[in-house]
Design a protein around this ligand. Structure first.
Ligand SMILES: *Cc1c(COP(=O)(O)O)cnc(C)c1O
Length: 400
């Protein structure tokens, strides 16, 4: 293992990141890192990626003014519409990027892990498009809970492998995917779904999502003639937030707010507020803030939204937190549900439960004054969450 070192060292964001993996994977990560660096400077690669993002994903996504939310909160609010991407969320940007990279590297087999199934669906979609074999590891518990996503992946030709170890959820599926990778590194490419994992994944995934922030910058300048006062995004692993924030990171007048899932509450056991409540530790190949008990064992996360239900967070967010560049807070399940209802009723946009946490920021924030220009990254659409939303609303009405 490499020691934690400063940000000038490749693969680190301040003290966070690195490559905490079995020795056998280091050469594979080196090869990947070199291939990625080469393609970063390859105009042909960027041209193909841009074409796919435009003709297949449907980019550029709109920047929609939200007039009724704006009036309600006394701000000028715009929504960056990642919910309008093919497959309904931002995750496809990264899946397409990594799948194209895999193809360029001559790999024929893709593996991925998935919790709720969103990253699995995005990966299966990209693999179908590029004619790549696809195996998705998924906890047995999640396979049961997410039948429709399993069906989607299978329709698109992916093999879904249920994982029966541990708690039979995402953490165990990830361990199983890493095990598979260790034994099949020559022909196998591992597509990771957020800005987590060993270097170069956090960097690469953030860069594949930078298109969100780059488009936003261009659009807001064209419409408003100035940069926003604030950017707001939900943070699970942190990929939609990282891609959205990064192109503005040197613009000191643009405040940035990352909203994690507090679950039942930050002070409670059942939470996913990694940056608010966690401590630095190693999970899935990198050093970052991590939810852990007194003995350093990884705590189970809880959130109403499956996509935020993860005990870790990308290393770059840990760096931005310590630097004070991004302000991180957390919204509870209840606060997110209320914000989701407000957005749906006022704007005709039903955000994903993950995204709803970003909207919940509007109810509590005091940093941005009246009339301030705010862009919220609408990371995904709520169609996939209708069962959970229905159940929640029934419970609060006392029907269930
Ligand atoms: C997966 C997901 C997230 C959380 O992942 P990040 O890596 O934090 O972006 C957020 N929103 C939606 C709609 C998702 O599907």
């Amino acid at each position: 293992m490499q020691p934690a070192t400063k940000s000038r060292v490749k693969g680190y964001f301040g003290d966070y990141g690195g490559q905490f993996v079995p020795e056998t994977l280091i050469p594979a990560l080196e090869t990947l890192s070199d291939a990625y660096d080469a393609l970063e400077n390859d105009p042909e690669f960027h041209h193909q990626l841009d074409q796919a993002l435009h003709h297949f994903v449907g980019r550029a996504t709109p920047l929609s003014f939200a007039p009724r939310l704006s009036k309600h909160y006394g701000l000028k609010i715009y929504l960056k519409r990642e919910d309008l991407c093919h497959t309904g969320a931002h995750k496809i940007n990264n899946a397409i990027g990594q799948a194209l990279l895999a193809k360029k590297m001559g790999k024929t087999k893709i593996i991925a892990e998935t919790g709720a199934g969103q990253h699995g669906v995005a990966t299966a979609t990209a693999c179908a498009k590029y004619g790549l074999e696809c195996i998705v590891y998924m906890g047995e518990e999640d396979v049961k809970r997410q039948r429709l996503n399993v069906e989607r992946m299978q329709l698109m030709g992916a093999e879904v492998r249920p994982v029966t170890s541990g708690t039979r959820t995402l953490k165990d599926a990830t361990s199983e995917a890493i095990r598979h990778w260790v034994t099949h590194v020559e022909d196998c490419f591992y597509i990771i779904g957020s800005v987590v994992g060993p270097h170069p994944y956090p960097l690469m995934t953030r860069n594949f999502h930078r298109v969100i922030g780059l488009e936003t910058r261009e659009q807001v300048l064209a419409i408003e003639g100035r940069l926003p006062d604030a950017l707001v995004a939900c943070v699970g692993g942190g990929s939609n937030a990282a891609g959205f924030f990064h192109p503005f990171i040197d613009d000191k007048d643009v405040a940035m707010f990352g909203v994690e899932a507090a679950g039942f509450g930050v002070e409670r056991q059942k939470t996913a507020a990694t940056l608010s409540k966690g401590k630095p530790g190693v999970l899935h190949g990198s050093l970052s803030y991590l939810l852990q008990d007194q003995n350093g064992q990884v705590d189970l996360a809880h959130s109403i939204s499956a996509g935020l239900d993860y005990p870790g967070v990308g290393p770059e967010h840990s760096y931005w937190k310590d630097e004070g560049r991004v302000n991180y807070s957390a919204a509870t399940d209840q606060e997110a549900m209320r914000a989701l209802e407000t957005c749906a009723a006022m704007e005709g946009v039903i955000p994903a439960l993950e995204t709803a946490h970003a909207f919940a920021w509007l109810d509590k924030q005091q940093a941005i004054k009246d009339g301030g220009l705010v862009v919220i990254n609408c990371s995904g659409r709520g169609d996939k969450d209708m069962e959970m939303i229905t159940e929640c609303r029934a419970t609060t009405r006392g029907i269930a």
